[in-house]
Design a protein around this ligand. Structure first.
Ligand code: F6R
Length: 604
């Protein structure tokens, strides 16, 4: 979704260059247009905005020359209103006294807009956001206090918002509010920052306030004032120090964040397992008590949940992975207080996932959250949370958070299994020491991925087949290829491929085949032969000594031996991430900025 970056300098420096940097750090949230507003020393608001990427706009619009020690900025992922200079944020009121940037959707904006137009307000854009400065302007006529006007305006807005506002009426403050869309405050000795996400300001501070739904207020040089629309007891929020470092959020010599994040996986999975071991506490007990377990998630997190379902099934735990946006219709009628919902979301802010969880909560179900972001919305809804140690993921396509999700779910499954008499000591110790094997997979497969990308860059379609524990790997591999290389890639349970998909297979059609040496092995071979006899170009991912599968393949990626078990995705998915990455690069695309996608989808 959109990214918000605001800054108040405590040293009276011009803040525009810092806001530009924050917006660059947040581009993974949206990048179709961007803009900045600052207040100058006379209290006048200046706005510059336009269509394009922030680094281009910074040059053409000369953002860095804007003067003012208080400012707000925005990088947009359009929802309401097409991608135009006008519709870019910030938006201003009629009097040019109030500027606002916003992330989220104001559902009742047409009603508010019509009412304001009848009161004489003139609108310049088609966005939902523009109603906010006008509504505050209207309230201010009577209240003569921006805080009060904002508070009253907020009570009229329906939908989701994170917003920041500057005003020439009170030029020494940045006002803010959050409801459903994320917003955090960062505090350093030199500045105060407000942003959609912590990596925006991680290079300057790790001291953070995580705003909660209903919070609103302002920051000034001597005050951080926070109140809550629904809870009068709130008189401020705790400052926490996050463990993420600025190096974690930087590219570290890699050409793209995605490549860096693929390479970080040995370390991030290891950290995640260590963190899971400290947080597992009563989770096994929660599983034990649950009548039924539902995973709820979207996108990559859903595929990790599919893995969770299969991994749990290995040890006799009955569960079902459900796509968040289908959850209400698919299983809503069956939920009750004895069920456990495992919400899996790297950002912890995905609107579809949060909606499903809220629904289940109302039914009395218990909620366990697995997320990468401390203090995210999902953790506040959940009865129990496990925070992963993946570190900030900046590439829009999820990579290291997928493997961290799998590792967390495996850790839970294995601990449950151990307490129920399964002999899983070997698997647990393998999981605890998996970094070496993941490093090996990276080393052995990277050159191969580069080579294969030469072939794939010319293709328009691909199938990804897997069975059992191989299925989630195929699903995730296809999603990566689709979202960053724009190749139409479909994953199927291998056995299903003969019931229709095979009709498309002609000479040279790429068929990725994830082959595990378990009870699915021979049936995977049958599927491969069916595809190959129709001309399919077989790209297998196998254990390295699986010579029988290698013989059936035109191209092979390898995983270490003895990974045909619930740990499989942790090593098998890596070649599929690499090949998607290199194919995107060969096609001249930027894997960190896939078109039409945003990292955190905070609208339904
Ligand atoms: C895929 C991707 C998305 C997310 C999905 C859920 O690479 O990034 O499919 O997985 O939007 O996001 P979270 O995990 O934040 O709930």
């Amino acid at each position: 979704m959109c990214g918000i970056g605001a800054c108040l300098s405590l040293l009276n420096d011009n803040v525009a260059p810092k806001i530009v940097k924050m917006l660059m750090n947040l581009e993974y949230r949206g990048y179709d247009s961007a803009g900045i507003a600052v207040i100058d020393s006379l209290g006048k608001i200046h706005v510059k905005k336009g269509v394009g990427r922030i680094h281009n706009l910074a040059e053409t619009l000369r953002f860095n020359e804007m003067e003012g020690h208080i400012g707000i900025g925005h990088t947009r992922w359009a929802t309401h209103g097409s991608v135009t200079d006008y519709n870019a944020h910030p938006h201003i009121d009629c009097g040019n006294n109030i500027a606002v940037v916003h992330n989220g959707i104001i559902e009742n904006y047409t009603d508010i807009r019509e009412r304001l137009i009848s009161l004489g307000h003139e609108f310049k854009t088609q966005t939902d956001t523009e109603v906010i400065p006008h509504l505050v302007e209207e309230k201010y006529k009577e209240k003569k206090s921006i805080l009060e006007s904002l508070r009253e305006a907020l009570t009229e807005l329906r939908g989701a918002y994170a917003l920041v506002l500057i005003t020439s009426h009170e030029p020494d403050k940045i006002f803010f509010a959050r409801f459903f869309s994320p917003l955090v405050i960062g505090i350093s000795n030199n500045d105060i920052y407000i942003a959609s996400d912590i990596p925006a300001f991680l290079q300057w501070t790790r001291r953070v306030i995580i705003l909660q739904d209903g919070d609103y207020g302002f920051v000034s040089a001597d005050k951080i004032y926070i109140r809550n629309l629904y809870d009068p007891a709130v008189k401020g929020r705790e400052i926490i120090t996050v463990e993420w470092t600025k190096e974690m959020a930087a590219k570290g010599g890699y050409r793209h964040y995605m490549l860096k994040e693929i390479h970080e996986q040995p370390e991030s999975v290891k950290r995640t397992v260590r963190m899971a071991s400290k947080q597992i506490g009563d989770v096994i007990n929660l599983i034990e008590k649950a009548n039924y377990i539902y995973f709820v998630a979207a996108g990559t997190s859903y595929y990790a949940s599919v893995h969770g379902q299969y991994a749990f099934a290995k040890y006799g735990i009955r569960s079902r992975a459900v796509i968040a946006s289908e959850f209400l219709e698919e299983v809503g009628a069956f939920l009750d207080k004895d069920d456990l919902i495992i919400g899996v979301s790297q950002s912890g802010e995905t609107a579809d996932t949060l909606k499903a969880i809220r629904f289940a909560k109302k039914k009395g179900s218990k909620i366990l959250a697995i997320t990468n972001v401390v203090g995210s919305a999902i953790t506040r809804l959940a009865d129990r949370s496990i925070i992963m140690g993946a570190g900030p993921e900046i590439g829009v396509a999820a990579t290291k958070t997928f493997t961290s999700q799998v590792a967390t779910l495996d850790y839970i499954a294995l601990n449950w299994a151990r307490t129920h008499g399964f002999d899983v000591d070997l698997l647990i110790s393998k999981l605890l020491n998996i970094d070496k094997d993941m490093e090996w997979v990276l080393e052995v497969n990277e050159e191969k991925a580069i080579k294969l990308s030469e072939v794939l860059k010319e293709k328009n379609n691909a199938y990804y087949l897997g069975r059992g524990l191989g299925l989630s790997i195929a699903l995730e591999g296809a999603l990566k290829m689709k979202e960053i290389a724009y190749i139409h890639a479909e994953a199927y349970p291998a056995g299903e491929s003969k019931h229709g998909p095979i009709a498309l297979v002609t000479e040279g059609f790429p068929i990725f085949s994830v082959v595990l040496r378990d009870e699915t092995y021979h049936r995977m071979h049958i599927a491969i032969e069916e595809m190959s006899s129709r001309g399919g170009f077989i790209i297998s991912v196998t254990e390295k000594n699986d010579s029988d599968t290698i013989k059936l393949s035109d191209f092979n990626f390898c995983a270490p031996d003895n990974y045909s078990n619930i740990l499989a995705p942790l090593v098998y998915v890596i070649p599929l991430q690499l090949v998607a990455y290199y194919t995107a690069v060969k096609r001249g695309l930027n894997p960190d900025r896939p078109r039409n996608l945003a990292k955190s989808v905070t609208v339904e």
